[in-house]
Design a protein around this ligand. Structure first.
Ligand SMILES: [Zn+2]
Length: 461
């Protein structure tokens, strides 16, 4: 489940499902989209719009079995999404609250304390349950007594069945690491201005990031703070791989080595949590990572204090190792497929000129992709032979292929609406349209011809 801003005014919330397998990571064509709603992501909207779907999911989850034809299958439903969505589904407040963790009742002040043993936040006392969240929501307690509960959970699925998403862990934790790098270079520049030393450290950092092959800029925002290009998941992976070795000149000398090794540690942790390799030592490694992060703050570097340990970092240390041990690498639960689905939905929305029923359009195009992916051939083994092709040729070929794909999607979409226009031509009068709607059993209070036409087209095809 995820939300995506498709334009300045529209936000689409998408619910999709996929059948998990052990060996393969999920792509966006494995996802079956169940619903798309154009609404802001908040508890009330999601509860209202997805209520009937959630009822079915709850029914299925409590039955624990599904019958297809004559066969019955035991099922276990897992839920994925970014932290904001998980909090929303569980009826919890957002990440700035004192009790922000969806899985446990860690208080904000304790997030930077790494002395608690592995499993501490999974004890009966600390772990959240649906029963406890529902009880807290019913009693209407507020403040610290509510443990961040603001409403009833929308799904009857235990928090332990919600899996942390590797993509958002990567994105949000590298956000913190990158912001601290920028602060580090900027403060070195300020020190340089006072002492007559070099003050182009921020420029060196920007060039180092660009030399990883990324489009990246920093500028002064209207509020006087610095702002910078937001990077995608793939960009962040490139940064983790290539940037640490390029940070030699632009950071404060006394903490430079610690910062570089912090980046490398996170890179190794990210690989381990995706693949599941080294699960038995993952807790020690993640705890050490947070401790090293805080130590840099003790050496007077800004942004590395215990209060800067975010809910995502707490989840990395105290919950991710549990999930990796139980289910193996988290890449099979990855939100990357959902993000890709969102990209496609966004493209469809922006290409379509008529926005009268955008969520239906998006769902229809999405269904066409799912149907066509079912007949896609399996890729065959290939040994790379032509180096120049694999360096540059493939990029332009993939760009061309991508555009061809969107062009084909547009044609299918246009043909669909062309068919609608053929059955219901623009020349029909309002009375004729209303007559036809009445014959189809559709009652409406609409009066504008344009809206009536669209309604008739929607019910006619
Ligand atoms: Zn927690």
């Amino acid at each position: 489940m995820d939300g995506a801003r498709v334009s300045k005014v529209s936000n689409f919330v998408t619910v999709s499902f996929t059948i998990l397998t052990d060996s393969v990571s999920q792509t966006h064509t494995d996802q079956k989209v169940l619903a798309i709603v154009n609404c802001d992501e908040n508890h009330d909207n999601v509860k209202k719009c997805f209520g009937p779907l959630f009822d079915e999911i709850n029914e299925l989850s409590s039955a624990g079995v599904i019958t297809v034809g004559e066969e019955s299958y035991n099922i276990e439903i897992m839920v994925g999404g970014d932290m904001k969505f998980i909090q929303l589904l569980l009826g919890l407040n957002g990440s700035i609250g004192t009790y922000a963790c969806p899985w446990c009742k860690v208080a904000k002040d304790n997030r930077g304390d790494m002395t608690f043993p592995e499993g501490y936040y999974h004890t009966l006392e600390m772990l959240r349950t649906i029963q406890e969240i529902s009880d807290l929501a019913s009693t209407g307690k507020s403040g610290k007594q509510s443990f961040g509960v603001t409403g009833k959970p929308l799904l009857n699925i235990e928090p332990i069945r919600y899996v942390p998403d590797e993509l958002h862990l990567l994105m949000r934790i590298t956000d913190v690491l990158l912001r601290n790098l920028i602060d580090d270079a900027r403060s070195k520049d300020e020190y340089g201005r006072l002492t007559g030393q070099s003050c182009d450290n921020l420029d060196i950092l920007v060039k180092a990031i660009q030399s990883c092959g990324l489009t990246f800029k920093i500028w002064n925002a209207k509020n006087g703070d610095l702002d910078w290009t937001s990077l995608s998941g793939n960009d962040k992976k490139t940064l983790l791989r290539e940037l640490p070795d390029k940070l030699f000149f632009c950071l404060h000398e006394d903490t430079r080595d610690r910062v570089v090794s912090l980046w490398k540690e996170f890179s190794a942790i990210y690989s381990a949590l995706c693949s599941g390799e080294g699960a038995e030592i993952l807790f020690e490694t993640t705890c050490q990572f947070i401790q090293n992060f805080i130590q840099i703050g003790q050496l007077k570097r800004h942004g590395y204090h215990p209060s800067n340990v975010t809910p995502y970092m707490h989840v990395l240390a105290y919950h991710v190792p549990f999930f990796v041990k139980r289910y193996g690498g988290l890449s099979k639960f990855s939100g990357q497929g959902v993000e890709k689905t969102n990209d496609v939905i966004k493209q469809v929305h922006q290409m379509r000129s008529s926005k009268s029923d955008p969520t239906t359009d998006a769902l229809l195009v999405r269904k066409r992709i799912e149907v066509s992916s079912a007949v896609t051939r399996k890729p065959r083994q290939y040994t790379k032979q032509n180096d120049s092709y694999w360096c540059s040729g493939i990029k332009s070929r993939r760009d061309a292929k991508r555009w061809k794909f969107f062009e084909e999607m547009k044609q299918v979409d246009d043909a669909y609406h062309g068919k609608q226009n053929e059955i219901v031509p623009d020349t029909m009068s309002v009375i004729e349209i209303k007559d036809k709607l009445a014959k189809l059993g559709v009652r409406t209070k609409l009066r504008k011809k344009e809206k009536l036409l669209q309604l008739l087209r929607d019910v006619s095809v």
